[in-house]
Design a protein around this ligand. Sequence first.
Ligand code: GLU
Length: 261
Amino acid sequence: MESKRRIVVKVGTSTLTHPNGRTNLREMERLVRVISDIMNGGTQVALVTSGAIGIGVGKLGLKERPKDTPGKQAAATVGQCELMFMYDKMFSEYGHKVGQLLITREDVEDEKRHANLIACFDRLFEMGVLPVINENDAVAVEEIVYGDNDSLSAIVARLVKADTLFILSDIDALYDADPRRNPQARRVPRVSEITPELRAACAGAGSGLGVGGMETKLHAAEIAREGGISTVIINGTPPDNLYSALEGADIGTVFEGGSHA
Ligand code: GLU
C-alpha cells in the first residue's frame, strides 16, 4: 500500500483572533478550507492550534490576557470550547471530522501514555479524522507543559512521524535581522544548520497575543530536525500560503530535517 504524505500544521493565536481576542472568522474559515482541500487531495494532516487563552479572553470580555496561572487556565477552558466548536462546525461543512487532543509534556514523556497517544493518533488517521491538538492549558502549570505550541507542534510531528511541520506565523519567514526594526533585514530561505549566530539573531523576536516568537520557532525546528523532520515557517495570512509551501515554492524559511531516519 502506498504510504500517504503526512504533515503537521501549527497555527497561532495571531492568525485565529483579532487583536481584541475575538475569533477572526475570515482567517479561520480560509484555513479550514485549505486544510480540508489538502486532506481531500490525500494528505494526512494533524493540526496543532493555539488560541484557547486568546479566544477565552475575548469571550469573557477581559481587558487583557491574565498574567496569573488560574486566570490563564480559566480563560483557556472557555476559549478551548469555542475553538473546537468553531473547528467542528467549519470542518463539518467540508465533510471532515475532527478529534480533540489536549496534551501535556507528561503525556509525551511517560512511556505508557506516549504509546497510548501514538495508538490514538494512528486510529484517528485510519478513520480519516483530523486530530486537533492543543496543550492542556486547564492544568498548565509550568512543570508539566511545553508552554508554547511551536515546541508542541514539533513534538506532535515526531509522535505522528510527519514528513514536514508547517508553522504558520504572523511574519513571512526567518530574517537575518528583526524586519520590524531593520528594513535591510533579508529573508533566510533555507537553513541546513542551526548555528549560535542564528540563535542570537532570533533571540527576543516576538509577536502579538501568542507566546511564541522566532526563538520558540527555532527551538521547534530543532526538535523536529532531531526526528529527521523538516520544518517550514510561512506567513499564515493568507492560509493559501500553505498550498505554495506544499508545492515547494520559495517562500518562508525551510529548516532541513537532517539525516536522522
Ligand atoms: N496553548 C495556548 C493557547 O491555546 C497557546 C500557546 C502558544 O501561543 O504557543 O492559548
